[in-house]
Ligand binder design. Structure first.
Ligand code: AMP
Ligand code: ZN
Length: 488
């Protein structure tokens, strides 16, 4: 089985060859934790979660690194005074690291709700200031960067003068770039408007600041990803991912920094996930066309007529290929809900199917499996994979109605393949599973309340909690490591 990956750098689907046989190093740009992630952000992270799960399922040992951007990430207009963290600290009257903590916790909670696996390493930009200063020094020493008024800039023209090609990823022509750039950032400090900041001098109002050889300042956003990806994955690694909108300038700058530092391209396969739109408009906080993940799940929003379970949202996202735009709407969600319910019902029905080795079947498990894995290995084509799952669903209902047959071996094979593809690879969860989680949380709260009652010698209340739960078929067991429960 050969895995093909669409490489944004070459614009082609290529056969995937990892640097180290059987191993994959993958870096994905993480969130800027200055506000709640919106559903669009979730789509990008979910796309890479599916890719991570697929690679693991296909037998690769993956080191998956996804960072947290918690140091100054300039706004799009490049104005230092508009630093997102600084603005938010003023707005919420919180310390910068309180903002970082608050939204990092929110980010983790949201991703857990959609059943995303945590990465293997989740480095923060603030935890890698030393590495960023070292990289900046190296770039100055190699003649690719210059200091100006306490800031350090990458010299794009010098990079091109040495035969390197700034613009190779976004397919932009450097002359065009120079003609179209307004010099808002740097205000006369830069040699050329296209030069980008590796280190920025902190203005007196800037709270997040660190000492450096160039005075107090903070690192540039592009540099943090180069510092963290190469630290944990090496000077050249296999896969770098992120949303389509990060191709330029962020990823273009990462390539330039990597090549200028190490004389080698930092990444072999660049992967870009496409955007989520809502009612045909790109989801973005700045236009107001956005929904927070929790609002979709609770139903508290003006866009959808009812709440949708996170597993259904996940299923809906995976019904589009990661490189296609996905438009989310009320109708799309309702259709996904219907599909999801049918798929899960088929999984249940399959448990009670009895095999019959005597009769021939029109369904070939081997052929079906090949088609499903062809889709998965064809640049992680989740919609085609799901379409094949529904062929199996049709067959399962025909088995239930006695219109089809299956041998004992095939039944086991179908069960294990379906489970692997639905739960491990697509990362879907049955809705009951989530209800169990809720029950578990509720019981833990009750156990805690009972312990508090016992501590304050309110034995009447503590016994009442135990007896009432027992009457509902839930037995509390007190042991040396605390209280557990058994569902009878
Ligand atoms: P940020 O926190 O702004 O750096 O964004 C985090 C990730 O979300 C980046 O990879 C973006 O490309 C991605 N992203 C932002 N808006 C959308 C959208 N509407 N659809 C999909 N991904 C998005
Ligand atoms: Zn990045």
């Amino acid at each position: 089985m050969q895995l093909k990956i669409y490489n944004s750098l070459t614009g082609e689907k290529e056969i995937f060859k990892p640097i180290l046989d059987g191993n994959v190093g993958m870096y994905v740009c993480g969130p800027t934790v200055y506000s709640n992630v919106h559903l669009g952000n979730v789509r990008t992270f979910l796309s890479f979660d599916f890719i991570y799960r697929s690679l693991t399922h296909l037998g690769y040992k993956v080191r998956y690194v996804r960072n947290i951007t918690d140091a100054g990430h300039l706004t799009d207009d490049g104005d230092v005074n508009n630093d997102r963290f600084v603005k938010q600290t003023r707005l919420e009257k919180l310390e910068p690291m309180e903002i970082v903590q608050k939204y990092t916790v929110d980010f983790h909670k949201v991703l857990e709700m959609f059943n995303l696996l945590p990465p293997n390493i989740e480095p923060t930009a603030t935890g890698h200031i030393v590495e960023q200063i070292e990289l900046t020094q190296k770039l100055i020493e190699r003649g690719f960067a210059y200091e100006s008024n306490g800031s350090v800039y990458f010299d794009v023209l010098e990079y091109n003068r040495r035969g390197l090609n700034y613009g190779e990823l976004s397919k932009r022509n450097i002359e065009e770039l120079f003609a179209n750039t307004r010099d808002l950032d740097g205000q006369g400090e830069k040699k050329n408007p296209q030069d980008f900041a590796l280190w920025k001098k902190a203005s007196p109002a800037h709270i997040m600041r660190w000492n450096s050889p160039w005075g107090e300042g903070f690192p540039g956003w592009h540099l943090e990803c180069t510092a963290m990806s190469t630290k944990y994955l090496g000077e050249t690694f296999d896969i770098h991912g992120g949303g389509m909108d990060l191709k330029f300038p962020h990823h273009e700058c990462e390539i330039a920094q990597g090549k200028a530092c190490n004389d080698t391209a930092p990444v072999n396969y660049w992967m870009h996930a496409n955007m989520l739109t809502m009612n045909s408009q790109r989801m973005s906080k700045s236009t107001g066309n956005y929904i927070l993940p929790m609002q979709l799940v609770t139903g508290e929003n003006d866009f959808f007529e009812k709440p949708f379970h996170p597993a259904i949202v996940r299923f809906c996202f995976l019904q589009a290929h990661y490189r296609s735009v996905l438009d989310i709407s009320n109708d799309a969600m309702l259709a996904s809900e219907k599909g999801f319910i049918r798929l899960m019902e088929a999984v249940k029905v399959l448990q009670s199917v009895t095999p019959n080795d005597e009769k021939q079947s029109g369904f070939s498990l081997e052929e079906w499996k090949n088609k499903a894995y062809d889709a998965l290995t064809d640049d992680f084509n989740s919609p085609v994979l799901i379409a094949h799952l529904f062929e199996a669903v049709k067959y399962i209902f025909a088995l239930k109605d006695g219109k089809e047959t299956i041998s004992k071996n095939d039944l086991e094979g179908l069960k294990s393949t379906l489970n692997a593809l639905i739960f491990d690879v697509l990362g879907l969860q049955t809705i009951e599973e989530n209800n169990n989680e809720k029950l578990d949380q509720t019981l833990k709260v009750l156990i805690e309340l009972r312990n508090q009652a016992r501590k304050s010698k309110n034995f009447e209340l503590s016994d009442q909690i135990r007896d009432r739960l027992l009457a509902e078929g839930i037995e509390l067991k007190d042991g040396r490591d605390g209280t557990t429960y058994v569902l009878n």
